[in-house]
Design a protein. Sequence first.
Length: 513
Amino acid sequence: MAGNGKRPGASMTALGPLTVVSNRLPVVMRPRGGSWKVEPGAGGLVAAMQPILERQGGCWVGWPGVVEEDGRGWAEGLQRAGERAGYALEPVTMNRAQYKGYYEGFSNSVIWPLFHGFADRCSFEASDFEQYRSVNQRFAEATMRCVGGEGLVWVHDYQLFEVGQRLRELGHKGRLAHFLHISFPGMENYAKLPWRRELLRALLAYDLVGFQTARDVRNFVRCAETFGVGGVLRHEGGQALLVAEDGRRVEAGAFPIGMDFEAFSERAASAEVEERVRALQDEIGAYRMFLGIDRLDYTKGLIHRLRAFELMLERHPHLREQVVFFQLVVPSRENVSEYRSLKREFDRVVGRINGRFSTSGWQPIRYLYNRVNPVELAALYRLAVVALVTPLRDGMNLVAKEYCACQVDENGALVLSEFAGAAAQLGEGAVLVNPYDRVASADAMARAVQMDEARRRTRMRAMRRIIATSDVYRWAERFLERATEGPQPGEGFATPAQISVVGQQVGPISPQL
Ligand code: GDG
């Protein structure tokens, strides 16, 4: 449970205890030989929120990773983990059927594909939405147990849209904020959701709704306008002020998430990582390395990337036996059949490309299907001459930022999808690609690996500067300040007359598709 030693900015002390609500707790309970083991949770959200809660104190509400059918033997271990952490851990439990409907069903088979632009992959089941609602109710009840109806509550991500609304119904008096880690879809995609008005109402129950980019804010505002849920008082770039149906003002804003720049670059510069970089270079040979690091997910564009790499070898034959592509694929949602078939497809395409181009001493693609430890991760980031971050759609993509943070020699190039939120911040330093354009992607990869050193350095330096000055601590600070204060006078407060004008527009209107 220990943080990384770095602490959020001093201005945060004034904010007081905080309640964080996310799908998962920062620890996972695992059965081990008849008893329960507490394992640290992984991922960007945990890394971001843990040091803040350690400093502010408060409570973290989330799922401990076990279903009711597993019994309650884990509860004591979890409580002890909370005591060690210095903030309470409030578990939300659910049975297997609820977990399936809420998590595998509505969250991962409706919101995830739809919000990433894959409406055809959605499976809209009314019963899953019902389970989603009942589990969100459980999260709200657990949150009330923690905060007692007062204080700021920060709810995270798409699994928990309705927690704010349920908290208000339960009588919560404090401010409510939500941050969406994934992208918010354009109106044409959002319109396909059978519960499109319900979810907009759920978001407008918060005082602040945070998104990754100005584009997500724009999409949200447009959907609220189109479906007549609430009204828009003001919208400018990445900031908007809306009014909910009950007349409350709701702020929406772009808060691009960052990562712990200092921790990653310090680790990348450490002797341990340097040694690992040398060993890895010996293992792969004297080739220039392309790197991909992704959870196994169709949104990450893995197959498109492989095919573009193949085309690069075809169109730029002088690069054969000069480069290798190393892809780390992190297992994800392995009990979902769609993810298992993506893995088979990935294996098949890698096999075909390697079969086509390998020579006696060279194999163009290597991949590892596993998680690696932080030292290994930093070594891979540091060794790679080019990182390929080419999702078909991504809220932000922290891999892009972590790669730059680990490029302590400022010598690498980043090929980045236009459809990753990170492109809005890093666009000028990265080599931007449309991952659906195979020829352009292939040529961009070749350009990146052959870019002259001076240009590569200038670009990398520019990206590192941006990432260092908007790290995860500044992100949390900015968000929490906004969540605590709300809009100030002169920042677009509407007059009662304006609200009633907006009020007249509220009501069901047919979307202009
Ligand atoms: C969602 C949004 C948004 C990966 N492999 C290993 C490992 N990782 C870590 C990376 C990175 C994280 O996993 C992946 O984060 P991403 O941002 O790339 O993607 P999602 O998981 O889809 O996250 C995304 C994010 O939320 C934050 O708001 O950026 O758009 O989809 O931190 O380092 N870590 C370790 N071993 C691995 O093998 N230790």
